[in-house]
Design a protein around this ligand. Structure first.
Ligand code: NDP
Length: 398
């Protein structure tokens, strides 16, 4: 909580003030100058954040969509979720394009106000997490440890809700993921304003990210069987990650490409597109297989009946299709896409590769947590799954 917010500002300052190179202050004065670069919220950023979060919340409540049952909770209940992300995403994107087209909002607004918006959302996140902390403590579930900082960080409730409004589902996607895509577009617009053209790498990275998020909304229901929704309580870690980390660091490649306008050779462009598509096929294929299987175990996998381990707890562990190749092939696909995105920035600087470095660490760590969690949950059945499917993420390697 102390290190990550400064890191996000630091990387942004490296991008805008130091051409994407790591900047190490060598004196106290330089360090103070760096700290002073952290922008205060502006009137525009505050207004934007209020309208953005308010608008996205209204869409989550009122936009049309099916109500879908989530996975069974430990007490057997199943919560209902309104799946209207696809509609909300398109309405937001097309609505904002229209506003920019009409000249009501400058297309470069999000990049011009990037720093102040980041500060405004940081403040909002800390306050929201305080609310979540006390909300959890006041709830009858009593699912917290009593250690204040730990509970603030990890969360005090699995599914904090106000009425039917699920705060975790909302924050996991709407304000952060859609903002990520929009910031990319705003940076591309800035490149157009500065250079009267948009480079191929900028187009590639903006489209890759757009496609990734569009796909997420298209398969929105699949989030209901993910680790975050099923097992992770909603505290600072997830909330800040969703609202600040994702939109402001996942756009690092576009930030870098704004001023590094060199083009890639055709073979590199085609290679990057192929890597992204292959990664996508593995990522989406794996996630959707588990999702279909958990909804209907008779669902055919690659044209054949699924094979699985029937656990003593009652759950079935899929052992065919992608889930028979590695225990988390979805992470492998995600990392292949991450590499494709970073490669759009060429190989001259390390900072645009921050995403793949951090993401590899995150997913390796996440897989280990999930493995320990599943082992504790399924015991000998999980050991049998490990025996049948020995690879964790990368078949033949890890
Ligand atoms: P998974 O979707 O793989 O979910 C893991 C859970 O699935 C386990 O806890 C277990 O839960 C169940 N499970 C595990 N193995 C099996 C099996 N063989 N058969 C049936 N169920 C099984 O993990 P995540 O939620 O971590 O990731 C979902 C996606 O989100 C991934 O593609 C990942 O790459 C992506 N992601 C992206 C991030 C980003 O910042 N871009 C961050 C994190 C994730 P149970 O037993 O309770 O069913």
């Amino acid at each position: 909580m102390l290190a990550l917010p400064p890191l996000v500002y630091y990387m942004w300052i490296c991008m805008v003030d130091h051409g994407g190179a790591f900047y190490i202050p060598t004196s106290i004065d330089e360090l103070l100058a760096l700290v002073k670069r952290v922008p205060a919220p502006t009137r525009a950023s505050t207004l934007f954040v209020v309208l953005w979060f308010g608008g996205q919340a209204l869409l989550q409540i009122y936009a049309p969509g099916d109500w879908v049952q989530g996975s069974p909770l430990p007490d057997g209940r199943r919560l209902k979720y309104k799946m209207n992300g696809w509609f909300s995403f398109w309405l937001t994107i097309l609505g904002l394009f229209f506003c920019c087209w009409m000249g009501w909002i400058p297309a470069t607004f999000l990049w011009d106000e990037f720093g102040p918006i980041m500060t405004s959302i940081n403040i909002l996140t800390y306050v929201l997490c305080l609310y979540l902390y006390f909300k959890g403590k006041a709830s009858p579930e009593q699912t917290y440890t009593g250690r204040v900082m730990y509970d603030y960080f990890m969360g005090t409730q699995l599914n904090p809700r106000v009425g039917n409004f699920d705060i975790k589902l909302f924050c996991e996607a709407r304000p952060g993921l859609t903002l990520w895509v929009l910031i990319n577009f705003s940076i591309a617009a800035k490149q157009w304003q500065l250079h009267h053209s948009v480079s191929t790498p900028m187009m590639l990275v903006s489209l890759f990210h757009f496609f990734y998020i569009m796909d997420y909304y298209f398969h929105e229901e699949a989030i209901l069987t993910t680790w975050d929704i099923k097992h992770e309580k909603f505290g600072w870690m997830l909330c800040w990650g969703d609202l600040v980390w994702v939109p402001f660091t996942y756009t690092l490649q576009a930030q870098y490409l704004l001023t590094h306008t060199g083009e890639l050779p055709l073979w590199a462009t085609l290679g990057i597109i192929a890597l992204n598509l292959a990664g996508y096929a593995v990522f989406r294929g794996t996630n959707i297989q588990k999702h279909h299987f958990s909804r209907n175990p008779d669902h055919l996998i690659w044209g054949r009946p699924a094979t699985f381990i029937q656990t003593v707890r009652g759950t079935k562990l899929l052992t065919s299709g992608f889930w028979g190749i590695a225990r988390h092939l979805n992470y492998c696909g995600d990392l292949m896409m991450a590499l494709a995105w970073c490669l759009t920035c060429g190989v001259h600087n390390l900072l645009p590769y921050f995403y793949i470095i951090y993401f590899t660490w995150l997913l390796v760590h996440r897989e280990r947590r999930d493995d320990a969690f599943c082992h504790a949950k399924y015991g000998k059945d999980w050991e049998e799954y490990r025996r049948q499917v020995p690879w964790r993420i990368f078949p033949g390697i890890y």
